[in-house]
Ligand binder design. Sequence first.
Ligand code: PMP
Length: 281
Amino acid sequence: RTVYVNGSFVPEEAAKVSVFDRGFLFADGVYEVTSVLGGKLIDFAGHAKRLERSLNELDMAAPCTMDELLKIHRELVRLNEVDEGLVYLQVTRGAADRDFVFPEGVAPTLVLFTQSKTLIDSPAAKKGAKIISIEDIRWGRRDIKTVQLLYPSMGKMMAKAAGADDAWLVEDGFVTEGTSNNAYIVKNGRIITRQLSTDILHGITRAAVLRFAREAQMEVEERPFTIEEAMDADEAFTTSASAFVMPVVSVDGAELGDGTPGPVAKRLREIYLDESQKVAV
Ligand code: PMP
């Protein structure tokens, strides 16, 4: 595999980042994951815009222009012959002698790599996901896409240990989001998902799916919901750039509907896959 590090496309074995990199020492970095379908990038503009926002919120320098970033994405997809899969991008504040205070005049680190994988015909999407709920003990700026992913990683392990596929995070009695996705329930045809704030990541897939839902005259309500409400929902689903629309078939052991992916989730998955590929770059 060829990866990109600070201006060069190199074999992954040759890629190097300093042990003093603040991404490594402080999780002082942000990232984006963009999906690739038919060799093209899905919603690159959305990911680039969110990256700029994350960098801005952390007073971190942009490593290059967003136009250059698009060229790097495309070149890496070409070099690795990715037809279906993901491009992972990470920007950190760079390498500096270890100190909590942000260093000045340090060049940011920019790393990208690709992963080829089947996303559309995923067996998980056909089966639907089983969800458990766990407490949301992450920090308070979840709208910044930082690389502090230890708790989400622990959450996935807790789900696995419980025989489930993923976890939804609960704060003050309400679901914030999934470990690596935004969370939705459907009741009487109405799609319910938490409104945007600093409590959740502003999902690029969320924005697109809600737009498509409204265009298809589906009812959307942006408000917090509880796990009890989710257990009593007709169906549920999650959205993310890597799994698109993922149906949820049970919450804390309560089966939703007939325990198979629901019609709203299936329809939104289809619409999302169709529409997002039409404007892929
Ligand atoms: N919430 C969290 C916590 C996430 O990690 C992700 C995916 N990185 C999402 C939501 C979904 O965002 P997107 O649709 O932009 O992938």
